[in-house]
Design a protein around this ligand. Structure first.
Ligand code: SF4
Ligand code: SF4
Length: 417
């Protein structure tokens, strides 16, 4: 006997090739649309007139600042990760120029061959859709070569993730990127052996906002935390895309019931230490979504090992989508909501925060650099003039030199390497 009427059931392949497929019931009151609510004309208009600028560029000032608030251990680990990751990012950058190594079987659709190979390599979610240039970053539009996107999600370790926020969880976070970057090289080689071209879109030198394409490929829906909630591991995964000219068939977007579920759940919104997540959705660039307040999130993320509480406390991450939706259909409740098991976390130096309790930070904690590096330099220079009425010749010279350094920085890889 269930409490809720079921609108439809989504059937998905198992978490790995060794697991059985799963069935996810979507309650009548949770059903909305497959994928996400969006106004295509608005998405296209924004893309044409205000193409998305990569955070690596638009928010470069605070990205650089994060290094100044890392703990010693975090600083060393990030340096190590960037060294390990650099060759993977560089290999991805030039991957689209490589020629096929095999002969094409004429008119043969290779979707399932690629999907099977990707699953064998370990990708938990694999989907096919158009590489939608409307979501491509301004700096990367000319770089993108092929029209089809293979969307790939690699699961991040469960137990390490449950220690968020911690170094242990950061090992899982960055370690998964390293693993994923290497696996993508193997998959791209496989596609070339089939006779086609493949371009790797690194998760650390992104070519676009990737989540919209994952949603379009049916791999999940956008949660209130701004992350992709996929069936098996929710938001506990790292996303990468390979674009290709291979003959493939596109998957369809799916309604997993997440949009209405998030409106009711709100655990991430209530538990965010930075109070950076919002209850209500807005239309942003033509898409209806919960829009995170970046400036409230960034200082917490930078100071406390990537924070990630919004990943930790999501029941879909913690228990999986099928158990969460089963529980809702049976009881009308959000699995784990209000319990320490789901909602509790510890913040270094501040202590443990259970349901209903949040840490507080003073106003200065949220004062961080804003904008691009040159914008931030101008802001500081202007402040100096406003405060002192004038600046010395030495200060002018210093400003000019710093600006020169910023403008001459290598901008090929805007990954902050
Ligand atoms: S990373 Fe932390 S501060 Fe940022 S939105 Fe998530 S929970 Fe909030
Ligand atoms: S915690 Fe709840 S509201 Fe937030 S993304 Fe997960 S399901 Fe949605």
């Amino acid at each position: 006997m269930t409490l809720k009427e079921i609108h439809h059931t989504v059937k998905r392949p198992g978490r790995t090739q060794d697991h059985d497929s799963v069935e996810i019931p979507v309650a009548e009151e949770l059903a909305t649309v497959p994928g996400i609510v969006k106004k295509d004309n608005d998405v296209a208009w924004y893309s044409r007139n205000y193409p998305i600028v990569s955070q690596n560029i638009e928010k470069a000032a605070d990205r650089e600042w994060t290094w100044t608030v890392y703990t010693g251990e975090m600083y060393e680990y990030r340096k190590h990760h960037d060294e390990v990751n650099k060759p993977l990012v560089e290999a991805a950058y030039v991957s689209g120029n490589k020629q096929p190594t095999g002969d094409v079987t004429p008119a043969k659709d290779v979707t399932e061959e690629i999907r099977e190979k990707a699953r064998k390599l370990g990708f938990g979610e694999v989907g096919f859709t158009k590489y939608d240039r409307k979501y491509a970053y301004k700096s990367k539009k000319a770089w993108v070569k092929y029209e089809h996107a293979i969307c790939l999600a690699l699961e991040q370790d469960y137990w390490q993730t449950q220690t968020i926020p911690s170094m242990e969880a950061e090992f899982a976070h960055f370690g998964t990127y390293e693993e994923e970057g290497a696996l993508a090289l193997d998959l791209a080689d496989f596609i070339r052996d089939l006779g086609y071209r493949a371009q790797i879109h690194s998760p650390n030198d992104n070519s676009a906002a990737y989540i919209p394409m994952f949603v379009e490929a049916g791999l999940g829906q956008l949660g209130a935390n701004g992350q992709l909630l996929s069936p098996h591991f929710g938001n506990r995964s790292r996303l990468i895309i390979i674009s290709t000219d291979a003959i493939v068939t596109y998957d369809e977007p799916v309604d997993y019931g997440i949009h209405k579920f998030c409106e009711m759940c709100q655990v991430c919104v209530n538990r965010c230490p930075g109070r950076a997540l919002v209850k209500e959705k807005v239309f942003w660039r033509g898409v209806e979504k919960h829009k995170l307040m970046y400036d409230r999130c960034r200082p917490v993320m930078a100071t406390y090992e990537g924070c990630g509480v919004c990943m930790l406390v999501c029941p879909v991450q913690r228990y999986g989508m099928a158990p969460v939706m089963d529980h809702f259909v049976e009881t009308g409740e959000v699995l784990g909501k209000g319990t320490d098991n789901l909602e509790g976390y510890e913040i270094r130096g501040k202590g443990y925060y259970g349901p209903g309790k949040l840490p507080s930070f003073d106003r200065e904690f949220f004062e961080i650099p804003h904008g691009t590096k040159d914008e931030w330099l101008f802001t500081q220079f202007k402040q100096k003039i406003e405060e002192k009425g004038k600046v010395s010749e030495d200060e002018k010279q210093e400003f000019v030199e710093k600006l020169g350094d910023i403008l001459s920085e290598d901008s090929i890889f805007d990954a902050g390497l």
